[in-house]
Ligand binder design. Sequence first.
Ligand code: PLP
Length: 440
Amino acid sequence: MNRQDLDAYWMPFTGNRYFKDHPIMVTGSEGNYYVGENNNRIFDGLSGLWCVGLGHCRPEITAAVSAQMGKLDYAPAFQVGHSLAFDLANKLVSLTPDGLDRAFFTNSGSESVETALKMARAYWRQKGQPSKTRLIGRARGYHGVNFGGMSVGGIGGNRKLFGTGVEADHLPHTWMPEAAFSKGQPTMGAERANELEELIALHDASNIAAVIVEPMAGSTGVLPPPVGYLNKLREICTKHDILLIFDEVICGFGRVGAAFGAQAFGVTPDLMTIAKGLTNGTVPMGAVVAKTEIYDTFMAAGGPDYMVEFSHGYTYSAHPVACAAGVASLDLFVTDNVVDQVNGMSPYFEACIHQFDDHPLVEDVRNFGLAGALQIKAQDGQPALRPFKIFRKCWENNVYVRCGGNTIQLAPPFNASKAEIDNLFNVLRDALNSVDSWSL
Ligand SMILES: Cc1ncc(COP(=O)(O)O)c(C=O)c1O
């Protein structure tokens, strides 16, 4: 493409100026690879943006989506149903923890977060406690980019340009230098959950609707929860009648070696936000799964039974084509035995990633399930520079990894072979070793 043909598209979360001077493009995808412009095959070391864990262009999903396009391309989301939406909800709640049995569909992770936060506030109002509105997130948390998610999110760069959000406060993050290079969950740091008691003392539980955290923080660079941390959050939320929301957008559908983070870490929230793997990244879709008691509260307070109980939803909620992709993806999640795949490969992945523990440019290595991150030392006071260059170098060598802040993030497809994992880390090591001899 000509340089001027790149101007019209304002790319998201991208350095547009550098990109448009040095574009990198994909033309196709298959299995665990993208196809590049020279027909080269690029290993997908982040499963898209953490969303294509089952691999690209799975025929089962393609066939379901194609058939659906010719059968029912759209159905009004409000006041009219179609059977795939109910099928998908049933399949989804068969995977979520017992008691989380009511699914509300959205079109993205960000919309799932907004939906869950509004559900939490509305729930308390319907229970006669309208002052419970404040939302609590966590430093370094990522909950998408809309106003609610931005407000509970804890990544400064995602907040600073956008002014006032919704009333939120934040728990401290769980990263501790003393726990650097932990394999899996750090054994120290659980006490950071006790900071919630401090926030409750400050704001009072009568003013707090919900706490939202990622069970394992992903976008900030893979922070597995310290052992016991989530249990403490659960205890404190229960004690003070505050809803606990797990943002499972990355953790869901196998990445952490269980259907969800809730099961991997043995803690059950009141609401879960979901997206990405729900359709294996093929068609935009998200969901909120709520405890039955929350749904029942809305039904009981809903007035005459023809009236809307929750004034919220999207034109494309439960879009038939997305539902077709979702049903096919959840079927594959089961028939591929994703949980076994991930648990089978994660010890090897862990051993490989921790071979970087003594690399001079690496200041932390973290992993859980088939997710991992290298925290890279800053260059010239710029924490994001080396990771960006490493991402570019790997791409040149036909491996896609993500750079995010001061980290390189990895999340290979669930069925990645040992040879593919070896190649991923070999290319990454070469990039790390040569990064300082290369300027942008
Ligand atoms: C935990 C979490 N929540 C929410 C989102 C936002 O999802 P989306 O980009 O689909 O809006 C993401 C995206 O990476 C995420 O990781």
